[in-house]
Design a binder for this molecule. Sequence first.
Ligand SMILES: Cc1ncc(COP(=O)(O)O)c(C=O)c1O
Length: 413
Amino acid sequence: MSVAAKLAGGIPQSLLDELQAQGGHDAAELAHSLSHLPRALEVQPRASVLAMPEYHPPLASRDLLRLDFNENTVAPSPRVLAKLQSLTAEGLTIYPERGHGDAAAAAYFGLEPDEVLLTNGVDEGIHLLACAFLDAHDEVVINTPSFFMYDVSCSMQTQKIVRVQSGDDLSFPFERMMASLTPQTKMVLLATPNNPTGATVSREHILAIAAAAPQAVIFVDEAYFHFFGETVMRDIPAVKNIIIGRTFSKAYGLANLRLGMLAGNARLINFLKKVASPYNVNGVALEVLPEALADEEYLNGYVKAIHEGRERIQQSLKSWGVRTWPSASNFVLMDIGPRHKELVTRMREHGVLLRDRSADPGCDGYVRITVGVADQVTKGLDALRAVFDEMQWTPAESISAQGRSSGEEREYE
Ligand SMILES: Cc1ncc(COP(=O)(O)O)c(C=O)c1O
């Protein structure tokens, strides 16, 4: 291809950038001359993709005590580990066969197989919900602060996201959620327990929202169900517009295998199946799923340890004058105040990872700690006490003690 033909579409910006980066008189002069020529047309994504917020997951360096992402902090059930050992090399060469996995999950939850869709984590479930149900003119109602992926996936489809902010007590703002429903509301996303607050939504409130917006999908995210114990799973036959999300990343300890589930009315689940890719869940996850579900003894033991740890964390923080919020989950939110970043950095130096939630709407100055098992709770609390002492932190610098509101809305991380 001739040089003229190569440049027919214009000068690529990358070439100009390269010349600028080389520096020197010649490069600068050439870049200047070329910059007068027409620019290459660049591929642009859909407008809504340009406008979407981005989620930044941790990519490395979490080889410390992981009290930051609310995962199981120990290991999955020994039955899962035994099953993993039994997998064969040839098994890895076969496309995943999902039938038995869907059937096992459905049977466990007392549902029909067509009322269940296994997903690549609840993250993918949220993505599929947005793809299957949202058009650009549809409204979505979200309670903030909540799980950031709701914003990410929904804003890929529509800009009409109505965010209903919780008040200072961070409880679920039921009346204001109800008031924000309109005939255009197509989806309402509810996390119970909510992340990062630990607040819950009662069954009565979920059913009232579902009844008030029959044209909308009501997504009930029960990712942290095990640490709370209440569910609307049994309401699926009667309530046609709820879809429940469950994850195997938290209590079950399978975050690395990416396994989640959506459950709801078969008609809605069928739309989700249409937009899901055929092999969205890997075969290893499908193999271990029945073992994970069957080992209730393991699960109950882990949940009991988390309940005890949560109580210890709440009590210690209370005795140190740190404001927290009631949590029905495996984490506790703390009001640290303006030095929230410093606290997280110093905790890392003490070998403990925490999650700074300051950028969440209404959470300025707040830091979240995941509850682990007993010795991890001890290590986390010892490190926290040491860091408070090093920083000479006092409760007087927390957001609530200063009488300030952390309600100012900012961009998420
Ligand atoms: C409320 C909530 N829903 C869903 C998820 C994602 O779960 P998964 O690992 O199954 O994608 C999280 C993860 O932190 C969460 O906090």
